[in-house]
Design a binder for this molecule. Structure first.
Ligand SMILES: Cc1cc2nc3c(=O)[nH]c(=O)nc-3n(C[C@H](O)[C@H](O)[C@H](O)COP(=O)(O)OP(=O)(O)OC[C@H]3O[C@@H](n4cnc5c(N)ncnc54)[C@H](O)[C@@H]3O)c2cc1C
Length: 415
């Protein structure tokens, strides 16, 4: 076959197929795929945890699914790479081989009040990964179940008619019955489909840091969260086996001098003798969109929808969950536009939005009212830490924690 030649049975240029095969080499598989044409049941934009989870759920049921990814694979993603247990519980695949470290201890340090807490479990509270490995594993699993992956293919525009959606990409047009927009916080699909920017988007800075063995050992026991260094935010140190992931974020909108805060954090925690740093900054959407999550035949998932935990700024859980819910809605709604929209919207109202709403109340208490935070942690610190751990491990929900009156009675009794 020549470059650009059409594949038998479909009309994809061969360079697409080549790109797919090349990009799979790193995961040790040169298998070829067969296309039945460039019209798909679902085209998914973005190969993060939201996109791969949606693709996997659809491919498992035998649907004709395409994932379009603008980056070459594996792609670096600015992220702490902490997969909390409630996220891990949602995964239909074992991720042991991409685990850098399991943290069954979580520490909380409040520097403004000199309070320090530690929570422990038998199992990991947070599993540390590098996102390029974690995301590739999920993508690999979806592809093995039949999803087609096109890397180095950027979606530039989206148009819809009554029966299908067309994606204009750097490699030609793709059409599908539905599009799932899993293209992250800067979602081009949402923009092109007319969604307004009404999420609360905040900045975060993350460093991959290599340090001496001695320092590594000091930090390799726990996932650590520090308050009172970054205004209206927190700093973290996540051990990644051979290095540390160190970061800062603020829940304040707009610009913040995160560089200064991270330098201060290095000093306070005694992170010296750094032999290598890699610095990455990006944005986190801390609130969901206000103008729906479906427009005709396009569904938003993950960061594109703004599904991030506003307390922890952890987005992998809701990325996976919303990807699965979107795929479930297509299947259950039999690819009928009105039905799919109704099913997806009501699933979000049941499984994701109440959690984010409850978490955002807690996040206001934590970040916007520091004197209230101090009072709460002085009086109920250990109980609050334990309660947070039960949420991130999936033992209970924010909604249950905040709206069950029995919890307040228990808290007062155990003061
Ligand atoms: C500094 C930082 C630290 C974080 N730490 C954590 C953490 O420890 N734990 C946690 O749970 N969450 C963390 N998060 C949040 C988490 O990274 C996101 O919530 C999560 O990645 C969202 O997944 P997603 O699949 O929706 O989008 P993404 O993972 O962002 O994936 C989107 C994909 O779409 C692709 N894409 C974008 N535009 C196009 C286009 N036009 N055409 C084709 N492809 C496109 C991108 O290349 C990308 O691969 C952190 C975020 C930041 C910024």
């Amino acid at each position: 076959m020549q470059e650009g030649e059409r594949i038998k049975g479909g009309n994809f240029p061969v360079k697409w197929l080549k790109s797919f095969v090349c990009n799979c080499r790193s995961i040790g598989d040169n298998q070829m795929v067969s296309f039945s044409g460039n019209h798909f049941d679902a085209a998914i934009v973005g190969s993060g945890p939201a996109g791969s989870s949606a693709a996997l759920a659809l491919a498992k049921e035998g649907f004709n699914v395409l994932i379009v990814e603008k980056a070459s694979l594996p792609r670096y993603k600015t992220c702490g790479g902490g997969v909390v247990r409630r996220a891990r519980n949602l995964l239909p695949v074992n991720i042991d081989r991409v685990v850098k470290q399991n943290c069954s201890v979580a520490e909380l340090h409040l520097h403004d009040t000199d309070l320090h807490f530690r929570a422990m479990r038998h199992e990991a509270i947070i599993t540390m990964t590098m996102r390029e490995d974690f995301d590739l594993l999920l993508l690999h699993t979806a592809r093995d179940d039949g999803a087609v992956v096109l890397a180095e293919c950027e979606v530039l525009d989206v148009t819809q008619d009554r029966h299908s959606v067309t994606l204009t990409t750097t490699q030609g047009n793709i059409s599908a019955k539905f599009v799932i927009a899993a293209d992250g916080v800067t979602s081009i699909v949402a923009k092109k489909c007319g969604w307004k920017e009404n999420r609360r988007v905040v900045p975060a800075l993350e460093y991959e840091v290599s340090v001496s063995q001695e320092i590594l050992q000091r930090f390799n026991i726990a996932a650590r969260f520090d308050f009172g260094i970054v205004p209206q935010g927190y700093a973290w140190i996540f051990p990644k086996g051979d290095h540390l992931s160190v970061g800062v974020l603020t829940t304040r909108r707009g610009s913040a001098n995160l560089n200064e805060y991270i330098k201060e954090y290095f000093m306070i925690t005694g992170l010296t003798d750094i032999t290598r740093t890699e610095r990455h900054g990006f944005m986190i959407p801390l609130s969901p969109r206000k103008d729906s999550f479906v427009k005709n035949r396009v569904l938003l998932v993950g960061d594109a929808a703004g599904f991030v935990d506003p307390v922890t700024a952890e987005g992998i859980t809701f990325a996976i969950k919303s990807g699965q819910l979107a795929a479930g809605a297509l299947i259950e709604g039999n690819f009928d536009q009105a039905l799919v929209s109704r099913i997806y919207t009501s699933a979000l109202k049941k499984f994701i939005l109440p959690e984010i709403r409850a978490a955002s109340i807690l996040s206001k208490l934590l970040y916007d009212f520091s004197s209230m935070r101090t009072w709460l942690f002085r009086n109920y610190g250990s109980r609050l830490c334990e309660a947070m751990v039960t949420v991130v491990t999936g033992e209970r929900t924010y909604h249950e924690m905040l709206f069950n009156p029995k919890n307040y009675v228990r808290l007062l009794h155990q003061r």
